[in-house]
Design a protein around this ligand. Structure first.
Ligand code: ATP
Ligand code: MG
Length: 392
């Protein structure tokens, strides 16, 4: 029996004339994600993408697992392909759903007929197929309100499809449909979640990470690389920029007042990220900041950081509690990696008493007392690029 994966669009159904470009982006993302699993025919019609396996040995569980993490999809399901003929629909349903129905207590039949030329109307399909299933599986009862299994028949343009209900998709918009932005990715809990959230809005993510060896270790960098790799499940390929930050941090330590260390460091991070954005055509920065979480994330501190930014800074976690952020981190499987106890450059030379409400004029005065420009240029020049593709 031939199976297919049906993918239903999320928000992009509302895109009117632009819908086609979102659809093309989604198809491209699905193709890339499934490439290593075999050959597929991928087509779109009526706000649905059809993923038809062309090889016999394709692992459809793995296909649905992967497709379930692709943004732009509201729901997906594995279905059996039938002729547009009621007796074929019945025959295939009995065989295809044998296992699920044998193990269920309640069910209902749901029919959708987008091909209005099909001779039976939806309620007729439901009643007839429902009756046949009850006969074949006498232990079942019909429950229209809260059934365990919803047997769904979709009569579409070329075929009919039968399945036992859909699962929720990842939502959002296809990655790439909203442009490209640079995620400041630390090894912490927050920034991977921030990247996931912006990718969900269709933003293609590049990542930048600052390292300060020997104060930060190789293991700390490897941890961030692992996070990057995990994010590819949702974000697609990620260009990862690793910035040598030691000299800058030492210069801050040697030349600036201690209470301003963190805020000046953050301003320089933003400056470097923007220069790489220019080269990489990224239109915004993304951070994992959340108001009030630490001293550098008070409104005054964020204002001082933003003062050096020439492009928008997206902070998708800005109004979230740590517990809410952790919930997402667990869902996207970054939490366990994030809590590994390796040091981040932010924890090197942390001031004992950071300024909680820094004034921009004071910060600028302290920062301008030393010429960081040559060090910034050097850091940008020595930044190393590594590309992460989908984890297999
Ligand atoms: P996270 O859990 O994401 O590390 P945090 O609560 O620890 O966040 P900070 O350490 O103040 O907060 O960092 C705030 C944001 O700055 C991070 O969310 C991240 O976007 C960015 N950031 C911090 N350290 C680095 C780093 N070493 N490389 C790149 N970005 C960083
Ligand atoms: Mg951190």
């Amino acid at each position: 029996m031939k199976e297919i994966v049906l993918v239903k669009y999320g928000e992009m159904v509302l895109k009117g004339l632009n819908k086609k470009s979102f659809e093309d982006m989604l198809t491209k993302n699905i193709k890339r994600r499934l490439k290593s699993l075999g050959r597929f025919k991928i087509t779109s019609a009526q706000s649905t993408t059809y993923i038809t396996p062309l090889d016999d040995d394709i692992d459809l569980d793995e296909v649905t697992e992967r497709v379930g993490k692709i943004f732009g999809i509201s729901a997906l399901c594995r279905a059996c392909i039938c002729e547009k003929d009621f007796s074929d629909i019945t025959e295939k349903s009995l065989e295809y759903l044998d296992d699920v129905l044998s193990n269920a207590k309640t069910f209902k039949v749901n029919a959708k007929r987008s091909d209005k030329a099909f001779r039976m109307k939806s309620p007729e399909i439901c009643a007839e197929l429902g009756g046949i299933l009850l006969e074949k599986f006498p232990h079942l009862t019909v429950d229209v309100k809260n059934p365990e299994i919803t047997v769904t028949v979709e009569v579409r343009d070329t075929n009919a499809y039968v399945h036992a209900g859909s699962i929720k998709g990842a939502g959002g918009l296809p990655v790439g449909s909203s442009g490209k932005a640079m995620l400041l990715l630390s090894g912490g809990i927050d920034s991977p979640v921030a990247g996931y959230m912006m990718a969900k809005r269709g933003v293609h993510i590049s990542a930048i990470h600052y390292v300060s060896p020997p104060y930060t270790s190789d293991r700390a960098l490897m941890k961030v690389e692992t996070l990057c790799e995990k994010l590819t499940d949702y974000c697609g390929g990620i260009a990862f920029f690793c910035v040598p930050f030691t000299e800058i941090q030492e210069a801050i330590k040697d030349n600036c007042k201690e209470e301003f260390f963190t805020i000046i460091m953050r301003r320089i991070m933003m400056e470097i990220a923007q220069r790489i954005c220019e080269k990489e055509k990224c239109q915004a920065l993304i951070t994992g900041e959340s108001v009030g979480q630490v001293a550098s994330q008070t409104m005054s501190a964020i204002a001082c950081t933003d003062a050096v930014c020439r492009i928008p800074v997206f902070r998708p976690l800005v109004g979230m509690d740590k517990t809410e952020i952790i919930e997402i981190a667990r869902k996207i499987d970054t939490f366990e990696t994030s809590v590994l106890p390796y040091e981040d450059c932010c924890t090197v030379f942390t001031p004992r008493h950071p300024k909680v409400k820094p004034h921009l004029a004071d910060v600028e005065k302290v920062q301008n007392s030393f010429d960081f420009e040559p060090l910034i240029q050097k850091a940008v020049e020595n930044t190393v690029l590594k590309t992460f593709n989908y984890s297999e």
